[in-house]
Design a binder for this molecule. Structure first.
Ligand code: DGJ
Length: 728
């Protein structure tokens, strides 16, 4: 039993293999947080709720109720009634007054897990997950809130979500609804978060937690390049292998807030949810609102264990694509090869040359439709440009298939160019504030896909394209962020629902797509990696990680991404040098080794490679087939970080049964007059011996992990090598 309830103590205990989460009820029925941490073997107690200390609970000491509420560790704190820390639920009544007080009404414990209406969410069969629903009520508002906890024992993951229902007779405004809250005592915490920009996504930041509120968030309508729906609080000694880590990630692709607040009493409130800025949901009597799911991971053994919990969880309980556990075809994408300057002949040349080198799929990127010869027009006009694609799309796809390659296509379905047939016919389909000139970004507007008829139109376009030829892959792009948040379809009171309704619209479209085309390989993308989040992973098993394909820059981007997301999900390609984003020249081999830590593919004009480079591509495509089952399914260990040491990077992927370990080492900067570099490896069976395939030398797993392995100094910068250890 992963979840137990102690009736006399009114204590819920949620156990995973290595962790325990404990919830307790006060005599008034407040739902309090008692503990989250290493697994407790015996029954839990509720003394940590400090109800026997002043100011005592309100039923004992009513005159200091606010003092109580302002320090009691709440599972879902509400706003307006005397808890001055960050609230998770703010409800305004019909008279315009804000206040909500939730107390326990009932609970249910069941095997399995329910779907979340309209939202991506984790899943699991009976035997894999157990759920606790605590129903709370505010009788004055006529509001019911269900705090739902799902326990994935094996993965050491607990997910949370909240659903509110208006069971009264007045219209309520949900002005804020977060999905998770963790009230803890400070352990001298440091906070880890991910930051960046276009082409510089998910850079890891770690620093001390200060008094006040430390927040990462997005108001861009997507999870964003800039900040990421993830935070972790860690004890100061935390490394890959030691330290306590409390992490949260959000299964949502829109505006979010993730925050840690260090309070006057040295307690910490960690929260995560939809960003409450520019959010307000009208809840009429009888209606419900479902908040997205947050994923909680505790690790008592450092960041490495946290990472492996997230990876395993997402691979087995979030990504549902048929491709999840399958080898993906090695693709070549024509974006960096041609940008908008291509035609049927050029694409077929690329396909023929690619085939000879072992590549398996051609992806036609932006520029095949309408009059699109640059990024200034035609989004929304999803008909093939026959001046470029002579003979039409089906002809092109058939020819590519005859060469022996699969075919994939790029689309940006959520957008509309001011210079498009669609915009000329429906200027009111763009999100805009009437009377104010809408802001362009990449010379495009965003379609108001909160409107059902626009969703139907958009879906119709996608479906028609996919039915018109044998298209086996779609890259779904999204190249601008949202602003001018006005919808002519929504009423005055509902305008602040638009950000969330937009995200629900994206989810509905992708749901329709993967249902109608279950074998399609879908890759999400947003100007690189601005929508690399768990919400998108529910629909697509891989997401384009970044428009920066430089092998050195990618080390940091992929380290930050792999802190949470499995390597199987990270879109990574080999591109040409000098690199188009940073101008750096790196060895072809290194570009291959770095892309191997992701989905692996190419993004270059293969017809222009030298004979020597073709040979390398042929070796690399073989390398992919040799190692990708391991990379996709194995356990990831971060060995060294170039981000931290500025010289070298190293990671390992170990088979689940530890029968083989693949180590990648990148020497970013050569150092003069150095001996070999000794690094302690990880992921091996300490009782087993391993043969290093490249040399035949046998090492003990124990020595590799406890004493280390020697990485020889190579001549030159950005050199890399793979080390394949096989158990003997
Ligand atoms: C942004 C993507 O990240 C690129 O890979 C490419 O598809 C362009 N958009 C096309 O406009």
């Amino acid at each position: 039993m992963a979840i137990t309830y102690n009736e006399s103590g009114k204590i819920f205990k949620l156990d995973t293999a290595d962790t325990t989460y404990v919830i307790g009820l006060s005599s008034e029925g407040y739902v309090g947080h008692i503990y989250y941490g290493d697994r407790l073997a015996k029954e839990a107690d509720n003394y940590l709720l400090r109800m026997e200390e002043a100011p005592f609970t309100p039923s004992v000491n009513k005159r200091e109720k606010s003092a109580f509420l302002d320090f009691f560790p709440m599972e879902l704190p509400t706003g307006g009634i005397g808890d001055y820390r960050e609230s998770c639920l703010n409800i305004r009544n019909e008279e315009g007054r804000m206040g909500c007080e939730l107390t326990y009404a009932s609970h249910e414990i069941y095997k399995g897990k329910n779907k979340l209406a309209g939202l991506p969410a984790s899943f699991g069969k009976e035997g894999e997950v157990e759920t606790l629903d605590i129903t709370c009520r505010d009788e004055i508002l006529g509001l019911e809130a269900v705090l739902s906890y799902s326990v994935f024992e094996k993965e050491n993951v607990i997910t949370r979500n909240v659903r509110v229902a208006n069971t009264g007779s007045q219209t309520l405004k949900v002005e804020k609804i977060y999905s998770a809250c963790l009230d803890m005592d400070n352990e001298n915490f440091q906070m880890i978060s991910l930051h960046g920009s276009w082409a510089r996504e998910r850079q890891i930041q770690r620093g001390p937690l200060h008094y006040g509120k430390q927040r990462v968030s997005s108001l861009r309508g997507e999870s964003s390049h800039q900040e990421h729906p993830f935070i972790a609080l860690v004890t100061p000694e935390t490394t890959q292998q030691q330290g306590r880590v409390y992490a949260m990630n959000f299964i949502y692709s829109g505006n979010f807030t993730a925050q840690a607040e260090l309070t006057q009493f040295d307690s910490v409130r960690m929260t995560m949810g939809i960003n409450s800025e520019e959010f307000c949901w009208i809840l009429d009597p009888g209606e419900e609102f479902q908040a997205p799911e947050a994923v909680l991971v505790y690790s008592g053994e450092g960041l490495g264990k946290m990472t492996r919990s997230f990876h395993g969880f997402y691979r087995d309980h979030l990504i549902r694509s048929a491709y999840n556990h399958k080898k993906r075809p090695i693709l070549i994408n024509n974006w960096e090869a041609t940008y908008f300057d291509f035609n049927t002949d050029k694409l077929l040349d690329i396909a023929r040359t690619a085939k000879a080198d072992g590549i398996e799929m051609l992806v036609m990127d932006d520029g095949w439709f309408g009059k699109r010869n640059s990024d200034n027009c035609s989004l929304g006009d999803w008909t093939v440009n026959e001046e470029k694609i002579t003979g039409g799309l089906k002809h092109l796809v058939d020819e590519v298939n005859k060469i022996g390659l699969k075919f994939g296509i790029w689309m940006e379905p959520e957008m509309i160019s001011p210079d498009s047939e669609l915009y000329r016919a429906h200027p009111d389909w763009a999100i805009q504030i009437p009377g104010r000139e809408a802001t362009q970004s990449r010379q495009q507007y965003v379609l108001d896909i909160s409107r059902p008829e626009i969703r139907d139109y958009v879906y119709g376009c996608i479906s028609k394209v996919l039915h018109s030829a044998n298209i086996e892959y779609v890259k779904w792009d999204m190249n601008r962020q949202l602003c001018d948040m006005g919808s002519i379809w929504l009423g005055r009171e509902n305008q602040q629902e638009l950000f969330h309704r937009y995200v629900l619209g994206v989810y509905e479209l992708q749901e329709r797509l993967v249902r109608e085309f279950p074998d399609l390989l879908l890759e999400n993308c947003s100007g690189g990696g601005a929508r690399f989040d768990p919400g998108m992973l529910y629909y697509s098993p891989q997401i384009w990680c970044s428009d920066d394909t430089d092998a050195v820059e990618r080390l940091r981007i992929q380290e930050g991404t792999a802190l949470i997301y499995p390597l199987s999900a990270m879109g990574a390609h080999v591109s040409v040098c000098p690199n188009h984003t940073v101008g750096r020249v790196t060895p072809f081999e290194t570009r291959g080794h770095v892309a191997l830590a992701g989905t692996f593919g190419y993004e270059l004009d293969i017809t222009k490679l030298s004979e020597e480079e073709h040979k390398i591509v042929q070796e690399q495509t073989k390398m992919y087939h040799k190692y990708h089952d391991l990379v996709r399914e194995g356990d990831y260990y971060r060995i060294a970080s170039y981000r931290e040491n500025h010289y070298y990077d190293c990671w390992a992927v170990a088979a689940k049964d530890k029968s083989e370990v693949l180590v990648t080492y990148v020497q970013v900067l050569a150092a003069a007059n150095m001996h070999s570099r000794k690094l302690r490896l990880d992921g091996f069976d300490a009782t087993a011996d391993y043969r290093l395939e490249e040399t035949g030398k046998v090492y003990t797993g124990e020595m590799l992990m406890k004493a280390g392995f020697l990485f020889k100094d190579f001549w030159g910068d950005a050199k890399s090598r793979l080390y394949h250890f096989v158990r003997v």
